[in-house]
Design a protein around this ligand. Structure first.
Ligand code: SF4
Length: 135
């Protein structure tokens, strides 16, 4: 079944491709005239559809993402199947403050209540799933 790609998603992919297949997330938003919330949602859609992957990078001490177009071909598509469920609900993926977040900043992963809450929820689930040893 063919994937539906909206005009904005197509424009984003075209822009990334025009930059040799890679662009900083914030540059993508700016060049498409989007605010951070719209930009985050767009990127999440592209990642969920497997059209873009992103890697965390640090630019001048600030954490951001670099986006890469995932070129789908018959040969490469099977190896591009990635289970993103485990990380798609990380609060950083939709955080409007991602561009300002970094060590020592007002928004700092080390002190972020959203991230703490997410980690506590995840580790709580892991503890529940860990089988008990029988001695
Ligand atoms: S650590 Fe907190 S403030 Fe920073 S990007 Fe993630 S959710 Fe946002």
């Amino acid at each position: 079944m063919a994937r539906q790609i909206g005009d904005l998603e197509k424009a984003a992919l075209d822009l990334i491709r025009s930059r040799n297949g890679s662009i900083l997330q914030s540059d993508l938003w700016k060049e498409l005239g989007l605010d951070s919330r719209e930009g985050s949602r767009l990127v999440i859609r592209l990642v969920k559809k497997g059209l873009v992957k992103r890697e965390t990078v640090s630019i001048n001490g600030r954490k951001t993402y670099r986006l890469f177009v995932v070129e789908q071909t018959a040969k490469t598509a099977p190896s591009l199947t990635v289970d993103l469920k485990t990380v798609m609900d990380v609060p950083c993926t939709t955080c409007p403050y991602i561009a300002q977040c970094g060590p020592g900043n007002f928004y700092d992963p080390a002190t972020c209540a959203w991230l703490d809450s997410w980690l506590e929820e995840k580790t709580g689930r892991l503890r529940l799933r860990t089988p008990q040893r029988a001695f």
